[in-house]
Structure formats: structure tokens, C-alpha cells
Design a protein around this ligand. Sequence first.
Ligand code: AP5
Ligand code: MG
Ligand code: ZN
Length: 214
Amino acid sequence: MNLILLGPPGAGKGTQARRLQDNHGLIQLSTGDMLRAAVAEGTEIGKQAKAVMDRGDLVSDDILIGMISERIDQDDCKNGFILDGFPRTTAQAEALDGMLRDKGLHLAKVVELAVDEEALVDRITGRYTCANCGQGYHDSFQKPSVDGVCDNCGATEFKRRADDNEEAVRTRMQAYRAQTAPILPYYRDKGILSEVDGMADIDEVTKQIEAVIS
Ligand code: AP5
Ligand code: MG
Ligand code: ZN
């Protein structure tokens, strides 16, 4: 089963994609994580992407389309994948259709996490992840059960993203409204778009997504 999770910054795409990965053996394909890995490794793509990402603007379609197409070809995606952060523009949505057709793959559902934007700034500025395994946490909404220790892997180092400050978050939201929200009707017209309440608590959102994909 291949899915897309769509929603503005902080909507919970990464949080829910990781749960789907654990519960269904699907692979989370987060283009944001891939780009951050490229920045950390200092690859050519990483060098081009860093300043754009830090500002909160979108990286070029060509880079993202190539990146996703290569990633989907890898063996671990055979049982299905969850696209988290892709597509983000009409050009990316159309390119995705073409590549799925060429690869003989099918898109089961597009899940929209509907949220109230004002709440998202708090979610994002309080967010951090385990430096070892990437498990996500939040200063108020999702603390590890033992303070300072990752529930998932026991590591004690955590990190915060360079673009998780209020100014970059506002730019990211503007990019979502202007460039990403316009692809929702594209999937609605195909009859595969379902909306879930992204303002509900994390477990409830998971339940709603499970209902959509079951
Ligand atoms: P990306 O990494 O995709 O960032 P984003 O879209 O801004 O989304 P986030 O990762 O911030 O939010 P999320 O929805 O995953 O929320 P999370 O689950 O962490 O992209 C970063 C940048 O890369 C872009 O700005 C762009 O420059 C570039 N890029 C990436 N893809 C691209 C593309 N396709 N084209 C062009 N450029 C691209 O949740 C947030 C916090 O809230 C967490 O702390 C979590 O614990 C908490 N939380 C989650 N759900 C709930 C809930 N229901 N209730 C309470 N708290 C919750
Ligand atoms: Mg994310
Ligand atoms: Zn961890």
C-alpha cells in the first residue's frame, strides 16, 4: 500500500508516518529528512538546499522529483511506502503520477491532516528528535517517559531543526498555502483524498488514519 500524508508544517506528518511504518511495515519517505541528511553529509544537493531550507522556502522540483524516484526504486519500498512531505507542488504531484505509472505502482490514499495553523507554531517550536534514532518528541505534548532518555532506543542526545524558529515557520506555512494546498483538489478529483482531524491528540489521529486505510 502506497500513501501520501499531506498537511502544513507541524501537522503531524512525520509523527504519523513513523507509526504507520511501525504498525504496517510501510517505509516512511520523508523528503525533509532526506534533504537534512544531504545537508549533514555535505553533498552537492545538500549544499544547494541548505540556505533555502533554513529560510523555509521550497527546494527545486527537479531535485525532489529525482530524489523520490530513486528512493522508490530501492528494495525496501516493495511492501509500500508513505510519502511524508512530497509532493508539495503541482509539478511534483504530476511527476509522481508519471513515475508511479512507469514503475507499475498505485497510490491507495492521500490523507490530509487538517489543522489550525495558529496551534502549529507551538508544536514546531517545542519539537525535538532523538539524535540516534530520529524518534520525535515535544516539550509539552510528547515527552519521553524518562526525562532525557529516548523511549525507543535509550539514547540521551537530542536535536532541534535549524528551520524550527518562528520566522522560518511562517515562511513554511506561506509556502504550504501558496504551493501545496492547491494540489488537494487534484487528489479530491481522483477520489482518493480523505481528511482526518489533525488537531485531535496523537493516538486519535492514528485511529482516524487507520480507519481511512483499512
Ligand atoms: P519537512 O521536513 O517536510 O517539514 P514540514 O513540512 O515543514 O513539516 P514538519 O516536519 O515541520 O512537520 P510534520 O507535519 O512532520 O510534524 P511532526 O510530526 O514533526 O520539510 C522541511 C523543508 O525541506 C521544507 O521547508 C523545504 O525547504 C524542504 N522540502 C522538503 N520536502 C520538499 C519538497 N517535496 N519540495 C520542496 N522542498 C521540500 O509534528 C510536529 C510536532 O508536533 C512534534 O513535536 C510532535 O510531537 C507534535 N505533534 C504531532 N502531532 C500532534 C498532535 N496531534 N497533537 C499534539 N502534538 C502533536
Ligand atoms: Mg516532518
Ligand atoms: Zn532514539
